[in-house]
Ligand binder design. Sequence first.
Ligand code: GLU
Ligand code: MG
Length: 437
Amino acid sequence: MTSGDIALFAWNDYVGVTRCRGIPAGLVPNRLETGLGWAVASQALTPFGDIAPNPWGPTSEVRQVPVKDSAVRVDIWPDAPAFHMYLCDSKNADGTDWDCCTRAFMRHAMDDLRSETGLEFMAAFEHEFLLQSDGLPEAAPFSVEAMRNAALFTSDLCRALEEAGLDPETIEPEYGIRQYEVTVAPAVGPAAGDRAIIARELIREVARRRGMRACFSPKPTLLGVGNGSHVHFSLVDSEGRNATFDQHEPTGTSKVAQHFLGGILRHIHALTALTAPSPVSYLRLGPQHWSCGYASFGIQNREAALRVCPSTESDPAKRARGFNVEFRPPDPTASPYIVLGALIRAGLEGIRDELPLPATCEGDPAELTEEERSALGITPLAASFAEALSAFEMDPVARSWMPPQMLESYLSVKRTELEITRSMSPEAVCELYASVY
Ligand code: GLU
Ligand code: MG
């Protein structure tokens, strides 16, 4: 540790923004147990700095307590200080979890899944973003040219992710102009959410150090390509086996996974509000953009909200391990903690009620007739955030996933966000969100 090294105590809030306090790194040991105080009215921040109506007063405070395992220190820049960060749990003064802590929302869902089923949740996010830079020329989608134009950035990023212990798996050009995508290895338990937040912040940091900006808005421009934040997940049993996979089942999904997916589909309209949680999200979400526009289930189907991803390994053990399911609606305006917590909650409802696997959608659901879709139980996802939010509010089971104060304050922030954007043109909404995410 060198002098001038500042450790950030950070948390990811309702609007998916990672906020922080900072201390000289040498003081971290003194703060590991008690963390730092934080005025909770800030949990009512919209992405734009407005504070939504909330139940907290000037004396309401929580402790931001660092999670030791989440520590990252990346020191790869000759001309800039290390990126040093801990993610935090928000705790009450007596050490219990604060009801409105997004990380606790995820952890409690994981705890309930484990205690009711013996299963752990494993997940990884796909990070799509645009690189904003005057010096970065346009290049063809997925091209070597697009990759090499950004080679200094991608190489720094690879180093940064490795140094952070995030095990990068892919770093590549995407379809959109100056759009790139990064994935890191999946993790089991809360680390899955932590990794997504750390990866996003490191992508931003590496871009910043190269004089660029990484833009994660779901729809940076109205006519451009959207940025998703798809989640790949599987269930892991106590022996570390992939409990999502059963080679004897026609879809490859085990019985417990079938119930889990049934739960996700049953609550998908509420889930959409929590995982594509902004007005701008609905400029991305929609049929025939591979972002998905329908509540459907399919094998390798990129227009399905739930896409089974079978492994192509020939070794049976590796094939079983690699099998996973992708949930495609999420975008980067959602907190990864809320995304994972809500997915697990929905899946757990399905396990409790032993729900059946939804019908398999073979092709693009948009190309089916109304009758064909209804025969398969396929419904359109919400067309606007207002619609999605009321679907969440009308699902009493989904509402019960959040403690009452979290529900009330979360809805207040989201309604305020709706209000702020209500009379804006879609172009202005894109511009506003692109300036923040
Ligand atoms: N960019 C698309 C989205 O908004 C996803 C493209 C892909 O399949 O990777 O979700
Ligand atoms: Mg992609």
